[in-house]
Design a protein around this ligand. Structure first.
Ligand code: FES
Length: 201
């Protein structure tokens, strides 16, 4: 797909979202996409706290920010930004979503998913913007996907977050998941480097 076509799609979506905001308010938007621009990279550089097995996930934004994410909270095709509890650092920002288990194909690490839940780093591998969850099927992307609003990179959530469009140089790293006390939790750290890397790789 050409970059122009992706930009056209993005512009169209923005117009749709503006219309939704005007018609139904921000509440309607909140259930469609994960809003971006709400999580900023910190100015100071602090060493990232690694995510370890058993770290429970909490909402990163919205009225439930800081609350643990329970299994029943997210229905199929719902997504949210999340943090590992107690390790709320920008580099640890997670895009958690739920889909049908049968939709995940390699190179997705299927054993990293659980009950249809899947999680990737929310930090774009191009220049570090926060990616968005787009569950709706429309335009040329007829399946749920992740979208980076900064330069229109598109990631295929069912195939290991591989890059479908845009300048992102590599997929988003995946986070292994487990369930602990009915709460979605990490089963370890991301399977690759987070965000942009030296040399643009
Ligand atoms: S920062 Fe995501 S496409 Fe550029």
């Amino acid at each position: 797909m050409s970059e122009k076509k992706v930009k056209d799609i993005y512009a169209t979506r923005r117009n749709i979202l503006k219309g939704l905001l005007g018609a139904a308010g921000a509440g309607a938007l909140g259930c469609m996409v994960v809003p971006f621009g709400t999580i900023k990279a910190p100015s100071g550089k602090k060493k990232r706290q690694k995510i370890v097995k058993g770290d429970k996930l909490v909402y990163a934004v919205g009225p439930n920010a800081g609350k643990e994410i329970k299994v029943e909270d997210l229905k199929v095709y719902k997504g949210t930004l999340a943090f590992p509890k107690g390790k709320e650092q920008h580099e640890n920002l997670i895009l958690l979503f739920r889909a049908k288990e049968s939709e995940f194909k390699k190179p997705t690490k299927i054993d990293y998913t659980i009950k249809g839940f899947c999680a990737y780093s929310a930090i774009c591998t191009h220049m570090g913007c926060t990616v968005e969850w787009y569950p709706e099927k429309q335009f040329s992307f007829d399946f749920p996907h992740l979208f980076c609003p900064c330069h229109q990179s598109v990631f295929d959530v069912f195939h290991g977050a591989k890059v479908l469009a845009g300048p992102a140089p590599r997929p988003l790293p995946q986070l292994p998941l487990m369930i602990a006390d009915n709460v979605i939790a990490a089963a370890g750290d991301f399977d690759g480097p987070i965000g942009p890397q030296p040399g643009g790789k």
